[in-house]
Design a protein around this ligand. Structure first.
Ligand SMILES: *Cc1c(COP(=O)(O)O)cnc(C)c1O
Length: 381
């Protein structure tokens, strides 16, 4: 390797395997090299882990395994987004001609995936009010494979009865899949309760800093293997750098969630007493550790919404959640915009509904910011 052009291309001088870095390095590589054909054969014999990053990469594996550990599941896989993790999870248990049952009040993007794309794949989907077990049972058919719902729903924060879902699934021999994004494994471990597949938008609390789009699916090894095959064939892999950032985020999940939960509890207590807030949605008794960090409030008939959003000072208007900074979103204009009007009405997605993603700042500052925005936008009669 003597000539300049060759030297400038062959720049991988450091063999990271010989450098004892404290944290896992970023394997930002599309593929892995082999010393000879015997070495290559080792991959196919299962003695070597990595070949090509769409098929597997140390950083994405680390993320999948990290979340599997937190959920006490046997295996996990990281993907490019929460939605792609949901897709490969469903495809692991259902194919064309099958039927799945999902809760009506799931995340808007998931609703689109199920209602539009899965139907085009030939997988039929029924949306049912999961507070009504009889309605779920009435929907079960011979080709039904899966019950799909969320541990804490968005944006009205209904806490799902996981034990009921598990026992119904056992009775009818169905698979179960839970989106655990809002609760995180800090508050809730659905796999522990007997749920087969647990999915996360790691974009939210797991990564936690609003700089990564990623998903993770965890569950029993056999199902995750099936999902992995789908992920490889469809190409839902995550970039190594994003996986590395998500793993870094997870290291502070507990301390972030502790503060997120405490601040959300204080804000919900305070806003519940406010004369211009007609309703506060904040779950009770999710776990002794807390009740999550999303507080939704309904200001319909009390506040001018344009003024409210203009008066938020340092609180950002962002159509997502779960960052360390407090932010608000407006479901009717973003996450739930695509839903038919009658579904919005059924779900109580009103003109005055604001979803607050409570951050880890000082609780007093957060409370003052919302009191100011509400006072500044109250409609005087
Ligand atoms: C954000 C979110 C998703 C989708 O995740 P992406 O990473 O944006 O694909 C799914 N479910 C819930 C509950 C979410 O909040």
């Amino acid at each position: 390797m003597k000539r300049f052009d060759t030297k400038s291309v062959q720049l991988s001088i450091k063999n990271t395997n010989k450098i004892n870095s404290k944290v896992t390095p970023i394997y930002q590589t599309t593929a892995f090299k082999f010393s000879d054909l015997d070495d290559l054969e080792k991959f196919y014999q299962g003695e070597q882990d990595y070949l090509y990053s769409r098929v597997g990469n140390p950083n994405t594996d680390e993320l999948g395994q990290a979340v599997a550990q937190l959920e006490d599941a046997t295996d996990g896989i990281a993907t490019s987004s929460g939605l792609s993790a949901i897709l490969i999870g469903i495809l692991a248990v259902a194919k064309s001609g099958d039927h799945i049952i999902a809760a009506t009040d799931i995340y808007g993007g998931t609703y689109q995936l199920l209602a539009k794309e899965l139907k085009d794949f030939g997988i039929d989907v029924s949306f049912v009010d999961f507070t009504q077990p009889k309605e779920i049972e009435a929907c079960i058919r011979e080709n039904t494979r899966l019950l799909y719902t969320e541990s804490i729903t968005n944006p009205l924060l209904r806490v799902e009865d996981l034990d009921r879902i598990v026992s119904m699934a056992k009775e009818y021999q169905l698979y179960t899949m839970i989106d655990n994004t809002f609760a995180t494994p800090y508050l809730c471990q659905p796999y522990h309760k007997g749920i087969n597949l647990v999915v996360h938008s790691a974009t939210k609390y797991l990564a936690g800093h609003s700089d990564v789009t990623a998903g993770v699916l965890v569950g029993e090894k056999e199902l995750i293997e099936k999902a992995r095959e789908k992920a490889v064939n469809i190409g839902t892999n995550l970039s190594p750098f994003d996986a590395w950032l998500a793993v870094r985020g997870i290291k502070t999940l507990s301390v972030r969630m502790e503060r997120h939960n405490a601040n959300a509890q204080k804000l919900s207590n305070k806003l519940s007493q406010h004369r211009a807030v007609s309703k506060v949605y904040y779950p009770k008794y999710v776990t002794p550790k807390g009740n999550g960090a999303i507080v939704s409030i309904d200001l319909t008939n009390y506040c001018n919404m344009e003024l409210f959003f203009k008066s938020l000072q340092w609180v950002k208007i962002v159509p997502t959640l779960a960052g360390v900074e407090t932010s608000v979103s407006y479901p009717i204009a973003t996450s739930h915009r695509a839903l038919p009007k009658h579904v919005q009405d059924e779900l109580q997605i009103t003109e005055g509904l604001v979803r607050i993603s409570v951050g880890i700042e000082d609780a007093e500052d957060i409370i003052e910011a919302f009191e100011y925005a509400i006072e500044s936008s109250v409609i005087t009669k």
